[in-house]
Design a protein around this ligand. Structure first.
Ligand code: NAD
Length: 498
């Protein structure tokens, strides 16, 4: 057993960020007060006007240059991620590369998605020209988690910036150094105005941002915090995007490629120490292939090990309090008749959790119902895919999901109550910049990424322009007596046939 990991702790008005593999202090950051947060939002107001004034082309040019800096300094960024999360450098690279793709996509597509578009007017208003354009909201507050400290907050920041907003960003108290790195790199490219600002601290600092008069809060983190943020935002009617937790299922149909499905399960469940909001936490497998599938998962899991050496597949559990949750879920599953085919309660020490594969766990156990956020997976046998869908959907969450099926993938995907599904590969929707990302139920609402992500940080502005005076004027007290019967006849002709 290694020593108990300390949490980041406040030191006066600062706090230390620690390396979860070694407990070394990797940086010291301010605990920003409510007044300081409000001042940052005030500064952002002016910056937002300036940034909006750059127009789509000006913003795209800056965002593409920012992307270039991130790409050229990738090793440095990955080291910053590894220092604060403990994850292997190659995982840090994967999340950073995906984030870079998003910056590029958002910069390139903002004008097309948000710029002025014509809308049809209908016959009654044929004398009008109708357009809609998506204007920036102003200042967006982004509150981030620590598990993917580049990919996750940039999913909101990038799209908010591309839509023309200024951003005040509070990274997790576990990863302030990565947040600072990203903001400093942006300031090199946009030195004129504080378009992207960093504030650091704990939940109170995040709470101050919610109440600081921002035009929207984009929150990514746990469902419990999401609820608090939504309640606090109600006081000022501040709109929110909530990207919260998940309990993602993976379905294996009778005709699935079992090797690929087992590989996806092992990677989806254990990579990043299971600290992935869209990680695989439950598998539902057709009874005819169940035994083969379980054997393959067990076999493949033998190659997977947590550690901080270069050969380890994943690192420590970043947030110490999560170790207790992982242990509790495994213990509860085993007490209720579940079997750990690999791992078990003893595979969780005070820093690392080795992989655990659970079978025969009752569907109402915590390991099946609650987000474990650790390297565990439950595998359940189902009669058919109808039962798989029913069980997969029987959760309060609805974030990601995966289906392995050669013939029924699309059908099964459409029946899953989840914001995203990938078919015959794990988590692939997360790497496609044009696809919206987000959940339903207690996984949250609103979308980042893709056109929907750009619109999330904009307000539609509708304009109707009269092109010529209509033969029948409807919007005047002086309209002719014949106008109303004529309109009644017209609407009957247009809409009264059935
Ligand atoms: P968390 O909820 O503990 O913290 C997230 C952020 O909220 C941190 O910056 C924290 O300081 C801040 N915060 C805490 N209390 C606050 C309050 N009262 N007001 C305002 N801000 C407050 O979550 P975490 O442990 O950092 O992240 C793990 C969770 O995030 C998991 O549940 C995971 O599933 C989820 N997650 C979801 C997505 C997604 O896209 N849906 C992505 C990554 C992580």
């Amino acid at each position: 057993m290694t020593a108990v990991q300390p949490k980041p702790t406040p030191v006066g008005e600062t706090f230390d960020s620690l390396n979860p593999a070694t407990d070394e202090v990797v940086g010291t950051y301010a605990v920003h007060t409510a007044d300081e947060v409000r001042a940052a939002v005030e500064r952002a107001r002016g910056a937002a006007l300036w940034w909006e004034g750059l127009g789509y082309a000006g913003r795209a040019e800056r965002l593409q240059r920012w992307k270039g800096v991130l790409t050229r300094r990738l090793p440095q960024l990955c080291q910053a991620v590894r220092d604060e999360t403990g994850k292997p450098l190659r995982d840090a690279q994967l999340e950073s590369v995906l984030a870079i793709e998003h910056i590029s996509w958002a910069a390139k597509h903002a004008r097309k998605v948000l710029g002025r578009q014509r809308r049809s007017t209908g016959l009654l208003m044929a004398n009008q020209a109708a357009t809609v354009e998506y204007r920036p909201l102003g200042v967006v507050g982004v509150i981030g988690p620590w598990n993917y400290p580049v990919y996750t907050p940039l999913g909101s920041i990038t799209y908010a910036l591309a839509a023309g907003n200024a951003v005040v960003f509070k990274p997790s108290e576990y990863t302030p150094g990565v947040g600072k790195w990203l903001v400093d790199a942006f300031a090199e490219i946009v030195p004129e105005q504080p378009v992207l600002q960093l504030i650091t601290g704990f939940g109170e600092t995040g709470g101050a941002l919610v109440g600081a008069g921002v035009d929207k809060i984009a929150f990514t983190g746990s469902t419990a915090t999401g609820k608090k943020i939504m309640a606090a935002a109600a006081n000022t009617l501040t709109p929110v995007v909530i990207e919260a937790g998940g309990k993602d299922p993976l379905l294996v149909d009778v005709d699935a490629d079992l090797d690929a499905a087992a590989d996806a399960t092992v990677w989806g469940a254990f990579s990043n120490s299971g600290q992935t909001c869209i990680g695989v936490e439950r598998a539902y497998v057709h009874e005819r292939v169940y035994d083969d599938f379980v054997a393959k998962v067990v076999e493949k899991t033998k190659d997977v090990r947590a550690g901080s050496d270069a050969a380890a597949q994943y690192g420590p559990v970043t947030m110490p309090s999560q170790l207790g949750v992982i242990r509790r879920h495994i213990a509860d599953a085993v007490e209720r008749g579940g079997k750990a085919l690999v791992g078990g309660v003893d595979s969780v020490d005070d820093r690392y959790a080795q992989p655990t594969v659970l079978v025969d766990v009752p569907e109402d156990a915590e390991a099946v119902r609650e987000e474990t956020f650790g390297p565990t997976v439950t595998i359940a046998k189902v009669r058919d895919m109808d039962e798989a869908i029913e069980k997969a959907n029987a959760t309060k969450y609805g974030l990601g999901s995966t289906v392995f099926s050669k013939t029924r993938g699309v059908e099964l995907a459409s029946r899953l109550r989840a914001g995203m599904t990938s078919i015959n590969a794990p988590l692939s929707f997360a790497g496609i910049a044009s696809l919206p990302f987000g959940g339903v139920g207690e996984s949250g609402f609103g979308r980042i990424h893709g056109p929907e992500g750009l619109r999330e940080f904009s307000r539609p502005k509708a304009v109707a322009r009269q092109r010529f005076t209509a033969p029948i004027t409807l919007t005047s007290f002086h309209r002719r007596a014949s106008a109303d019967p004529m309109v009644a006849r017209l609407v009957t002709f247009l809409h009264g046939k059935r």
